[in-house]
Design a protein around this ligand. Structure first.
Ligand code: SAM
Length: 226
């Protein structure tokens, strides 16, 4: 199943989930990393690592190396942020989420994995206004709705360095292809770098092509995400 539906007791993207806390542990096993992650009710994919997240982490190219700045947009309890920290040992990783419970879990998981000094957890409002990033990684919150999702991605793509890449995973049944077309209307080059179990992994360029009246970037009404 693609992205879990919101529970009857609230959305996984609530700032403060109403559902009572009941922490548990999930294991993320990858060829190059293994993390035991504390999770909880009221956060995304609390009972197992999301299959889309696994596809992203299995299929995406390694993050840039050196003293780079990366962001995990919608970090949840941290599987992507921690993997980035492992794969790019000098990187600073911003782990951003609206869900305070998820942020606490991500910070705790980062601390236990030894990444407390390099993973910075925060809400979108706490992101420094002048932050620029060398790479974006995200299993984005499709269920916040198309306008909010487009705003979110536009905000972060505007922070991406011109030679940076945003690596996104989206299920085809949750609008991966129409999202790719919308990104192209903004002038980004979009490559589908993997397609597995219904999930698309998209590499989106930070560079934006100049627009012309007939190019996709000039489209006034981007296609509806399906
Ligand atoms: C599909 S989940 C992915 C969570 C985590 N990265 C994982 O792979 O398990 C998307 C996350 O985005 C968060 N989110 C929703 N709106 C957001 C926003 N405006 N800014 C940042 N994160 C947001 C949700 O709370 C949720 O944790």
């Amino acid at each position: 199943m693609p992205e879990p539906r919101p529970s009857p007791t609230g959305h996984y993207f609530s700032a403060n989930p109403e559902v009572a806390s009941n922490p548990s542990t999930v294991v993320l096993t990858l060829p190059d990393a293994r993390f035991e992650l504390t999770t909880d009710r009221g956060v995304f994919s609390s009972t197992k690592v999301d299959p889309g997240t696994r596809v992203l982490l299995l299929e995406a190219p390694p993050p840039p190396s050196g003293k780079v700045t990366l962001v995990d947009v919608g970090c949840g309890y941290g599987p992507i942020a921690l993997t980035l920290a492992r794969r790019s040992p000098e990187a600073t990783i911003w782990a951003v989420d609206v869900n305070e419970r998820a942020l606490e879990l991500c910070a705790e998981n980062a601390r236990r994995a030894g990444f407390a000094d390099r993973i910075r957890t925060c809400t979108p409002n706490e992101v420094p206004a002048d932050l620029t990033v060398d790479g974006i990684w995200s299993n984005p919150p499709i269920r916040i709705g198309k306008p909010a999702l487009q705003d979110l991605l536009a905000t972060w793509l505007d922070r991406l360095s011109i030679d940076g890449t945003a690596t996104l995973v989206v299920h085809k049944h949750l609008g991966a292809d129409s999202l790719a077309r919308w990104l192209q209307t903004r002038g980004h080059a979009v490559n589908r770098i993997a397609s597995r179990a219904g999930y698309r992994v998209l590499a989106v360029s930070g560079a934006v092509a100049p627009t012309t009246p007939t190019s996709p970037a000039a489209t006034q009404h981007p296609p509806e995400a399906s």
